[in-house]
Design a binder for this molecule. Structure first.
Ligand SMILES: [Zn+2]
Length: 372
């Protein structure tokens, strides 16, 4: 086992929930401190409050992983006589780093929205709104025919040619390659100042753009030539689609009020606010943790009978009512489901990576409301 530093742990986390999944202008990443030190324990929390930082100190945590970014808007000052200033000051004093994973964690497979959809026991879960897709790239490389098989094989091994449920997909065409080695060259085939001709294969493969450097590195390693002739271009088609929110079906259709009761139990909240007729039949459910006011039209278009989201505004509730979309608002704090979800996932990943680090779910509730 190895004691990892903050960078290594964040790299591991981002291999699951990359920054590229975040929505535009979301202030994610390292907010407080530094990641160079060794980290034995990480506290996972929904919000960073003074109590949460004290908990991190008590639990010997060197890093806090939070869903809500503590610095959401740029700071105008850093006064230590304000609640947030006290919190920042305590972090700095105890050298505790704070890293925020917000919409990237909402979007990530197995992230906040999947955890909510699973807690609601939804079936055939899909994302509600596509927010991320990666362009496909295509490589066409010219290689002596006798080396083509090995090149195709190794490109396949590093992930080129993955199309749906197939891997190692490639296309080859044969032809004649020509070249004349000049002074300063060191040709594997052919000799100085003499035009060479030989049978070559053009190997074509597609891959996700994020794999580009790995694919090119493999191509250069396997290809026998000093100078490799290849074409590389970005395609219109995309891959690796991800999205925010989830939509899925109930195992058994039920009335809105019965479902709202179930939501209370499944998401462990004392009350919910409900928009819609009590007897409306619910089959398809959209869920978006946090503030999903912008998603009522998306949920309706996705064919959902009900949207479960927090922080519902009065006028948005009226709009949903007019659209014929039911809404259940269980509050924003249901996102605290991420504390255990992220801790379990990261502890498993640390074990696989042989990192001696424990992710601890914060025991502090940051729910500001109580019900009377
Ligand atoms: Zn939130």
């Amino acid at each position: 086992m190895k004691i990892a530093n903050g960078h290594e742990l964040i790299q591991l986390f981002e291999s699951w929930s990359p920054k590229s999944f975040a929505l535009k202008d979301d202030p994610i990443g390292l907010h407080i401190g530094q990641l160079n030190s060794q980290v034995q324990n990480v506290l996972v929390t929904l919000d960073v409050t003074l109590d949460v930082v004290q908990e991190a100190i008590d639990q010997n945590c060197q890093l806090i992983l939070a869903h809500h970014p503590p610095i959401y808007r740029p700071l105008k000052n850093l006064r230590t006589d304000t609640p947030s200033g006290k919190m920042f000051s305590l972090c700095i004093k105890h050298d505790i780093a704070v890293y925020a994973a917000h919409t990237n964690l909402d979007v990530a497979p197995g992230g906040v929205n999947d955890l909510l959809a699973e807690a609601l026991e939804l079936q055939q879960i899909k994302f509600l709104d596509e927010t991320y897709a990666e362009p496909l790239m295509k490589l066409a490389v010219y290689v002596p025919s006798i080396h083509a098989k090995e090149l195709r094989k190794q490109l396949g091994v590093v992930g080129a040619g993955q199309i749906g449920n197939y891997d190692s997909c490639s296309f080859s065409s044969s032809g004649t390659g020509r070249f004349k080695p000049l002074v300063g060259s060191n040709p594997v085939i052919g000799s100085l100042n003499s035009l060479e001709e030989l049978e070559e294969e053009k190997v074509e493969v597609v891959f996700a753009s994020s794999m580009k450097s790995k694919i090119l590195k493999t191509m250069y390693a396997i290809h026998p030539y000093e100078e490799v002739a290849f074409d590389l271009w970005t395609l219109e088609s995309k891959t690796g689609q991800q999205g925010i929110g989830r939509v899925g079906f109930l195992q058994q259709p039920m009335s809105l009020d019965l479902f709202a009761e179930k939501v209370k139990q499944q998401l462990n909240v004392p009350f919910v606010r409900v928009v819609g007729e009590a007897t409306t039949i619910i089959r398809k459910v959209a869920v978006l943790g946090g503030d999903g006011n912008k998603y009522i039209n998306t949920a309706k278009r996705a064919g959902a009978d009900v949207l479960i989201t927090g922080d519902l505004y009065f006028h948005v509730a009226q709009d949903a009512q007019a659209l014929g979309l039911s809404v259940i608002d269980p509050g924003h704090h249901v996102e605290s489901i991420m504390k255990i979800g992220v801790s379990e996932k990261m502890n498993k990943m640390c074990e696989e990576k042989k990192y001696a680090c424990t992710f601890i779910a914060s025991k502090i509730s940051t729910e500001p409301f109580r019900q009377l």
